[in-house]
Design a protein around this ligand. Structure first.
Ligand code: SF4
Ligand code: SF4
Length: 360
């Protein structure tokens, strides 16, 4: 029986490669030191307004802090990772004051959840088919891409897929950190892989480069200060003291990954769904600001950018224009200052004042 189960693991890894995943591994479905620290991170308010992170069970315990609580039947976690990097510059390499920056993972207009889940389901099917008949009766499996009460990157570490860097991202020595993750929980007791060793060493580039000091300690993020959170998850106005640090980021932020030495030679993916939509790499700020509601719906159909909502995107564009130093965009700001949304109007007024500060 044991050898049959070890064959399942090999079949699963082959299926992951065939489905297009770059990396795959198996972690035990146990609680980890990282998850034990999760309640304290939540209690410190570092998740900001992301209430979904604070989902609790009937006893009031945080679901994400313990897999044993939410999936007591799970014995193993299969973690699959797929590279989404494309052959385009990093945000730290472009400095066009007419343009903003969208995070690398959001350049494609295909919903990455669907693209990854479709592949993950192929792996799940292979796993189920590989299980000996006598074990099929009690077999349970569940696949998740961002949607389950599982902190995927923690299990990715224990599955040997990569280490958790000081920037809190999962990093593989060869592929870098531009990775989408998917997990399959299973009741099968598969032999776990070894955790990947931490290769950050004495490096602190990500911490030093973060413009809003969101990496409050190595391996620890305060979402309230993170540009990614501010531009995507935060509703309403953005605290004024953080706006200048946002630079021209209008959806997400890649800086702490762009500066990471392990991304210097990160390979580009061949996955067709992850190719950028024209115009979204370093997009023109005026184009985004003047986009009608119909154009927005059409251009961002299926895109993760929809999460910020149109008003959030326009708010971010207003702040980016304020930070651009580009007075040619003042007429665009005037239009945003008359927007129907209060947070857009307020941000545009702030941005206008910033652009008009006399230059030395
Ligand atoms: S994503 Fe940007 S703001 Fe957030 S921690 Fe990284 S560098 Fe800082
Ligand atoms: S920049 Fe340096 S410290 Fe930060 S994640 Fe990369 S290797 Fe680790």
């Amino acid at each position: 029986m044991a050898s049959q189960i070890s064959e399942v693991k090999a079949i699963v890894k082959n299926a992951a490669a065939e489905a297009g995943f770059d990396l795959a591994g198996v972690a035990p479905a146990t609680d980890t030191p990282e998850l034990k620290r999760f309640p304290e991170w939540i209690a410190s308010g570092h998740a900001g307004e992301m209430k979904y992170m604070e989902g609790r069970d009937e006893q009031g315990d945080l679901k994400r802090a313990s897999l044993a609580r939410v999936a007591p039947w799970a014995r193993s976690v299969v973690v699959c990772a797929i590279n989404y990097n494309t052959d385009n510059p990093y945000s730290t390499q472009v400095h066009d004051p007419k343009c903003g920056w969208i995070s690398r993972y959001a350049w494609s207009c295909n919903d990455y959840h669907k693209a990854v889940l479709r592949r993950l389901k192929q792996v799940e099917t292979a796993l189920r088919q590989a299980v000996p008949a006598e074990l099929q009766v009690n077999l349970t499996t569940r696949s998740y891409v961002d949607t389950g009460p599982v902190v995927e990157r923690v299990y990715a570490k224990y599955a040997g897929v990569g280490w958790l860097g000081k920037n809190t991202c999962l990093i593989d020595q060869k592929k870098g950190s531009w990775l989408f993750l998917g997990v399959i929980l299973t009741s099968l007791d598969l032999a776990p892989d070894l955790p990947a060793p931490d290769r950050c060493g004495t490096c602190t580039r990500c911490i030093d480069a973060c413009p809003t000091d969101a990496l409050i300690d190595p391996y620890r993020l305060d979402s309230n200060k993170c540009i990614s959170y501010l531009t995507i998850e935060k509703r309403g106005t953005i605290p004024e003291d953080l706006r200048s640090g946002m630079g021209r980021h209008i959806f997400g932020c890649d800086i702490c990954q762009d500066v990471c030495p392990w991304n210097r030679k990160a390979p580009a993916t061949a996955t067709p769904e992850f190719m950028p939509r024209p115009g979204l790499v370093n997009p023109a700020l005026a184009w985004l600001a003047d986009m009608s509601a119909e154009e927005y719906r059409e251009i961002f159909r299926g895109s993760p950018i929809r999460r910020a909502k149109r008003s959030g995107l326009r708010r971010n564009v207003a702040i980016a224009i304020g930070n651009s130093g580009n007075r040619a965009l003042l007429p665009t700001l005037e239009r945003l200052a008359a927007d129907e949304d209060e947070s857009v109007r307020e941000s545009a007024t702030w941005a206008k004042a910033k652009l008009l500060i006399p230059r030395e």
